[in-house]
Design a protein. Structure first.
Length: 63
């Protein structure tokens, strides 16, 4: 099976408005994330909320 490493920028491109994403079928891969993945995502989401790129509801759903 193929291996794919997913980072925060790829994951959050599906959530953040006005972001382009490459819709890759991850079912064909063994998917791994870096050890700081969740910390990185939390930081980006907090910043997006602060800059009003996402709503409080979107933030809470992601968390």
């Amino acid at each position: 099976m193929k291996i794919c490493v997913v980072d925060c920028s790829y994951f959050l491109s599906f959530i953040m408005p006005n972001e382009k994403n490459n819709d890759i079928d991850l079912a064909a891969y063994s998917v791994f994330v870096p050890s700081i993945f969740f910390l990185d995502c939390m930081n980006v989401l907090k910043t997006a909320l602060k800059k009003q790129r996402i709503t409080q509801i979107q933030y809470e759903e992601c968390m």
